[in-house]
Each structure stands twice: as structure tokens, then as C-alpha cells.
Design a protein around this ligand. Structure first.
Ligand SMILES: *Cc1c(COP(=O)(O)O)cnc(C)c1O
Length: 472
């Protein structure tokens, strides 16, 4: 059982031979040395499907009988944690590719770490477990319901474990409302949407996208017309993962109406994991509102909002939940969440942030992000690097750097020929300058004879944004 849970051997990636732990993890003494290289000299990372590759692993060992006396184990563990903390601080400094706002101070909440807070089940029905934070959870949900314009007595929702859980829930509600409905989602939707289709065994139709990454409503129209006999369940992206494109919600609704889908024949789930809390503060963005015929909205709490643990918010209409939970009423309680036990700390972090920043605080942060994203795009273009930035977005798409170490150092997300940087509130102009300067410097070394051959990425970002020799 090589590399399985419970095995305490560290297994290398090549031939199954145990690999020793890095010296500094075995020997706490070496931790005291300043500025240990953290990123350098790591084995090359590879993705191997069907096999768990243990590149690094902190061994779990059984305590020795005299450990308590010598204190050696305590010292060892403290050393490992100290080093880990240092590497976290370092990795946090160079992070551009994932939409996580790493700028926060939750010191005031450290005192709650000692409690096992669990909001198991429904936020609006108390269980017998008393160590919960439902009062915070419901306060946060009320705030989001107000943001998306749904009355207190007309909404239902809960704080999820992540944006994915929100999508799984929203699409499940759609499926329960329309058991024979077809799921429509643009090609550039998050993979969790297609996962939901597989999990629920739903018929799923992928809709084409425009160059910007938005759903192509002409293609959507054709596909609706070919399937008029079945209700439609639609995933609308409030920010796509790779290009940060915001689907035009109003055009999606108009397309449904024009193809003969009455409001009782479709269900719209808005995947706002990425920009769900940014778009309300951008004037030109299509407004997400339950005054429109939508069924649910979800957002991630650890992205723009800046929660230090994965979480999310899901809001839907109470009428749908009543329909959904009637089916399971014989289970004795309302069971309408995907998960059973739920992280009771997350609602407190969200509550704390919302209280601190408020509406105006978020608005300012959004404006700063959009401004800084423009700055990044302009600097890349000025350096002769093709780049795209959607109007309603802080995701800057550009050529994939040739060097994997550079990609890893800046934690860029890549897909095919392109990479992206997502400008979150913790990304300052200074950091962007460091990034671009380093990219320009490295780039000259990636091409032979120092002659830079700018790759053509017009198929990904359009001819206007491409900077190759044919398109600049
Ligand atoms: C990040 C993301 C998700 C998934 O959110 P997690 O919180 O990572 O599960 C879903 N949809 C979009 C568009 C995203 O960007």
C-alpha cells in the first residue's frame, strides 16, 4: 500500500523508494538559520493521474516513551510549524493567479479558535447542539438577501463550504423544480457546474462563448429552440474563472422569453463565486437581483470577501426550498443543505468583515481592483506583451510564461496558451510593478539570442489584444 493514508513512509515519485524528509524538517536546529531557500530546489512537480505523488510529506510518527520528559517532540513540532508559517508568509507575498483576497486582519477572532462551532443542518432551525453561530449566519444571509433584493420572509439560504457547494445546491434546486429540465451552461463555466450535471445525471448542453468569455446568446437561442419541449435550467456566470467574463443576465432572460420559455419553464442559477460581490459596485454591470426571474445566487467567501477559510453564501427563494424539503419531511427535520456538519467559524468571519467594511468599504476596494487591473494590462501592453482585460473584470489574461518556475513563483493560473492574474485588494501597484519587471527580465532569457518571439494568442484573446508580429 504505497503512499496510502495510514502509511507513514514518504514515497518518492519515481520508483516507489522512500525519499528522506528534507533536512530542515528533521532537524529543528537548521530552522534557526535565516532565510532558508523556500521555493528553490524543489523536485519538479508533475500531475500524474491515477497515482498519488508524494513530493513532500510530513511524516506522522508515534511518540517515544520519554518524549514528554525530554520535550524533544514539542520542540520538533514547534520547529516544523515555525518554518511552515514562514513559508506561508512568503507564498502569500507572491500570489497573483487565484482570486483570493489575502489582505485581512482577524486578530479579534483568535479567541474563538478554542471552540468547536458547528451549524449543522438548516440555519433557520436550531438543532440540539448548542455550540453554533446561527445568529451570525442569519445576519450575514440577511445582508446578502438585501443586496440581491429578496425580502427576509421570501428567501432561504445558508453559508456553504465554498462556491462549488453553492453551485451544487443551486443546480439541485433547479433540478428539483424541473426534474426533466436540461442544464445549459457556457463552455467557460466553472468545472463544478459540469460536475453537478454528472452527479445529478442531468442532460447538459454546453453553450458557446464569445471571445470575451461571455455566453453567446445567439448559440443559446439556437439550442433552446432545438429543445423547446423541456424546461431550461441555466447557469449564468457572474465572472468566469479564466477570463473573468460576466454573462449578460438580462440578455439571457430576454433570449429565454423570446424563444417562448415562460417564467414557469426556466430556472436561473447565478454563479457569482468570483465577482458576485464585486459586480454590485460596478455601475455598468448587469444587476443581479431577485426582482428578475432568477432562482438562486451563490458567491465564494474566501475570494474577494477575504475570509481566511474556504466558505460561500447561497441564497434562493423560500418557495423552492419548501418544495424541495417537502419530499424529505419524513426525515423529521428540514434537510435542505448539501452538507450536514457545517463550519461555524466561517459565518463569524463573514459577519466581522461585512461589519468592518460595509457597503462603502467594498465599493472602494472594487474600484481599486479595477484601477489596478487596468494598470497591469497597460504595463503589459507597453512591454509588447499581449493582454486582455474585460470591462467588468479585474482578471488580466496574457501569454503563458514559458518558464514553469516563474508560473509557480507567482502562482499564476494557466490554461492552454494563456495565463491570468487576478487583481484582488491585496495586490498593490508596487507588487504589480515587481511582477511585470520580473516578467520582462525573465522573458528576454526565454527566447534564444535574446530575440523575443511574442507568441500569437489571438485565438484566445482576440486580434486586438494580441501583440504577436502579425497583430500588433
Ligand atoms: C472559484 C469559482 C467557483 C468555485 O468556488 P470554490 O469556492 O473554489 O469552490 C465556481 N465558479 C467560479 C466562476 C469560480 O471562479
Amino acid at each position: 500500500m504505497v503512499g496510502s493514508v495510514g502509511s507513514v513512509t514518504v514515497v518518492g515519485e519515481s520508483n516507489g523508494k522512500p525519499e528522506p524528509l528534507p533536512e530542515e524538517l528533521i532537524n529543528p536546529e537548521s530552522l534557526l538559520a535565516e532565510d532558508l531557500p523556500i521555493e528553490e530546489e524543489k523536485p519538479k512537480r508533475e500531475i500524474v493521474l491515477g497515482r498519488n505523488v508524494h513530493t513532500t510529506c510530513l511524516e506522522v510518527t508515534e511518540p517515544d516513551a520519554d518524549d514528554e520528559v525530554t520535550g524533544e517532540r514539542e520542540a520538533y513540532m514547534a520547529g516544523v510549524l515555525a518554518r511552515y508559517r514562514k513559508s506561508l508568509a512568503e507564498r502569500t507575498k507572491h500570489h497573483l493567479g487565484y482570486p483570493y483576497n489575502l489582505d485581512f486582519d482577524y486578530g479579534a477572532l483568535a479567541q474563538l479558535q478554542h471552540f468547536s462551532i458547528n451549524n449543522l443542518g438548516d440555519p433557520f432551525i436550531e438543532s440540539n447542539y448548542g455550540v453554533h453561530s446561527r445568529q451570525f449566519e442569519v445576519g450575514v444571509l440577511d445582508w446578502f438577501a438585501r443586496l440581491w433584493e429578496l425580502e427576509k420572509n421570501e428567501y432561504w439560504g445558508y453559508i456553504t463550504n465554498c462556491g462549488t457547494e453553492g453551485n451544487l445546491h443551486g443546480i439541485l434546486v433547479g433540478r428539483e423544480v424541473f426534474p426533466d429540465g436540461i442544464l445549459y451552461a457556457s463552455r467557460e463555466s466553472h468545472y463544478s457546474v459540469f460536475k453537478a450535471a454528472r452527479m445529478y445525471r442531468m442532460e447538459c448542453i454546453k453553450v458557446d462563448t464569445l471571445m470575451s468569455g461571455e455566453i453567446d446568446c445567439a448559440d443559446f437561442r439556437n439550442k433552446l429552440l432545438q429543445n423547446k419541449e423541456k424546461p431550461a435550467i441555466i447557469n449564468v456566470n457572474i465572472g468566469t474563472t479564466v477570463k473573468g467574463a460576466v454573462d449578460d443576465l438580462d440578455l439571457v432572460i430576454k433570449t429565454l422569453e423570446e424563444t417562448g420559455f415562460k417564467h414557469d419553464r426556466f430556472y436561473i442559477h447565478c454563479d457569482g463565486a468570483l465577482f458576485g460581490l464585486m459586480m454590485p459596485f460596478v455601475k455598468r454591470a448587469p444587476k443581479v437581483s431577485f426582482k428578475k426571474p432568477i432562482g438562486s445566487v451563490s458567491v465564494s467567501g474566501h475570494k474577494f470577501v477575504g475570509c481566511p477559510m474556504p466558505c460561500g453564501v447561497q441564497i434562493t427563494r423560500l418557495e423552492h426550498i419548501n418544495a424541495l424539503s417537502r419530499n424529505v419531511e419524513y426525515l423529521a427535520s428540514r434537510d435542505a443543505t448539501i452538507m450536514g456538519s457545517r463550519n461555524g467559524h466561517a459565518p463569524i468571519f463573514l459577519w466581522y468583515t461585512l461589519n468592518r467594511k460595509g457597503y462603502r468599504g467594498f465599493q472602494k476596494e472594487v474600484q481599486k481592483c479595477l484601477r489596478n487591473a487596468h494598470y497591469l494590462k497597460d504595463r503589459l501592453r507597453a512591454a509588447g506583451i499581449g493582454a486582455m482585460l474585460n470591462e467588468l473584470s479585474s482578471t488580466v489574461v496574457f501569454e503563458r510564461p514559458k518558464d514553469d518556475d516563474f508560473v509557480r513563483r507567482w502562482q499564476l493560473a494557466c490554461e492552454g496558451n494563456i495565463a491570468h492574474a487576478i487583481v484582488m485588494p491585496n495586490i498593490t501597484i508596487g507588487k504589480l510593478d515587481d511582477f511585470v519587471d520580473e516578467l520582462i527580465l525573465k522573458r528576454s532569457g526565454w527566447f534564444q539570442d535574446g530575440k523575443i518571439l511574442t507568441p500569437c494568442i489571438s485565438a484566445d484573446i482576440g486580434v486586438d489584444n494580441c501583440a504577436c508580429k502579425f497583430h500588433k
